[in-house]
Design a protein around this ligand. Structure first.
Ligand code: KG4
Ligand code: ZN
Length: 332
């Protein structure tokens, strides 16, 4: 009999996702229903539209993940949902669904930190990753360097002072009229461009914090002054500046903290150039890189299942009075 079966639900932003994960590492099923097409016409996520779409999608997505996993609800040991950070209306849909199912099925419930989920996504494919390691967490809402010293024990070394890396991708793409979300579009466009424009590398030599707002403005000013420059070259040059800053700081943090290796997580970790640059830089510094599959970098519920099982082993279940918290931070 399989033990440690977690039904995990993720609705913090614009993906409605559910997964069944055994013992925090074996993914039996992972279903992600993206709302990207709904939000694309507005150029970004509209919170009220996102919560309504989650309400429509949550039941079919949970039903599908149970069917794909080949299990019945009575086989489950735990029901988990992301409780923050994220959009409050979106979070409430997943948390309410998970608590209701836990109550009706008489299973324990656990509320999970979305960022801890991203930190645990690498363990789905590599459960025995050695610690301490440095994790670069880069998404649409966050850019941070975290040292995982032991399981469930973190130190946030640095974070963005303004725009998140994904946000900078999205804003540059929007300015160039390329569409939403900007990350994958710029990633693809950059492959046929030349990184010949020298954009600034903000704070590259200073500490572990990041700042991307000035770089975004530099790109916009350049485009205004050089309207004939190819989008491909702008995309490649902007991306090179972002990746240079991310990789330089990550490697420096890993060396300073005597980490064994480096992992990446969050939507921007799906970026081809960032993945390539981390794989290239780590061995030169005696660091072990781990790059998760793209589907575990962008928002998904399997990573929530991985974090849920770890937390449950350590802290036990959450109280059913536990609510959603849009401003939840990484527990340090
Ligand atoms: O982690 P995620 O799916 O959702 C948040 O929690 O924010 O990240 C979404 C972000 C968006 O800003 C999107 O443009 C960016 O990740 N992104 C990428 C790529 N794929 C997604 N950025 C750069 N290159 C990509 N291939
Ligand atoms: Zn995320």
């Amino acid at each position: 009999m399989t033990r440690g079966l977690v039904l995990a639900i993720e609705t913090s932003c614009d993906e409605t996702a559910a997964a069944v994960v055994a013992e925090g590492k074996h993914v039996l099923s992972s279903v992600v229903s993206s709302q990207v097409d709904i939000h694309a016409r507005y150029g970004g996520v509209v919170p009220e539209v996102a919560s309504r779409a989650h309400v429509d999608l949550i039941t079919p997505v949970i039903a599908q993940t149970l069917i794909e996993a080949g299990i019945e609800h009575h086989d489950l040991d735990l029901v988990a949902a992301t409780r923050g950070p994220g959009l409050i209306g979106s979070l409430l849909v997943g948390v309410s669904a998970a608590k209701s199912l836990a109550l009706v099925w008489d299973k324990p419930f656990i509320g999970v930190n979305h960022l801890e989920g991203h930190l645990y996504s690498s363990f789905l494919e590599e459960p025995d990753l050695e610690l301490p390691m440095i994790i670069l967490l880069v998404s649409g809402g966050h850019t941070m360097l975290v040292s995982m010293d032991e399981h469930l024990t973190y130190r946030v070394l640095g974070q963005t002072l303004d725009d998140a890396a994904g946000e900078a991708y999205d804003k540059v793409a929007r300015y160039l009229g390329l569409g939403y979300p900007g990350g994958p579009i710029i990633d693809k466009l950059a492959t046929s461009g030349q990184a010949k424009i020298s954009f600034p590398r903000p704070m590259i030599g200073e500490g572990y914090d990041f700042s991307f707002s000035g770089l975004k403005t530099a790109v916009i000013n350049y485009v205004r002054k050089n309207p004939d420059e190819l989008d491909e070259n702008i995309a490649a040059s902007f991306q090179e500046a972002v990746v240079d800053v991310l990789v330089t700081k990550t490697i420096r943090a890993a060396k300073d903290q005597n980490a064994v290796g480096v992992c990446i997580g969050g939507g921007v970790a799906a970026n081809s150039r960032l993945r390539e640059a981390i794989l290239d830089a780590c061995p030169k510094e005696g660091l072990k890189p781990f790059i998760p599959s793209r589907s575990y970098c962008t928002d998904n519920a399997a990573m929530i299942g991985a974090a849920a099982w770890r937390r449950f082993q350590h802290d036990g279940p959450s109280n059913l009075a536990t609510g959603a918290d849009p401003n939840l931070r990484i527990p340090e």
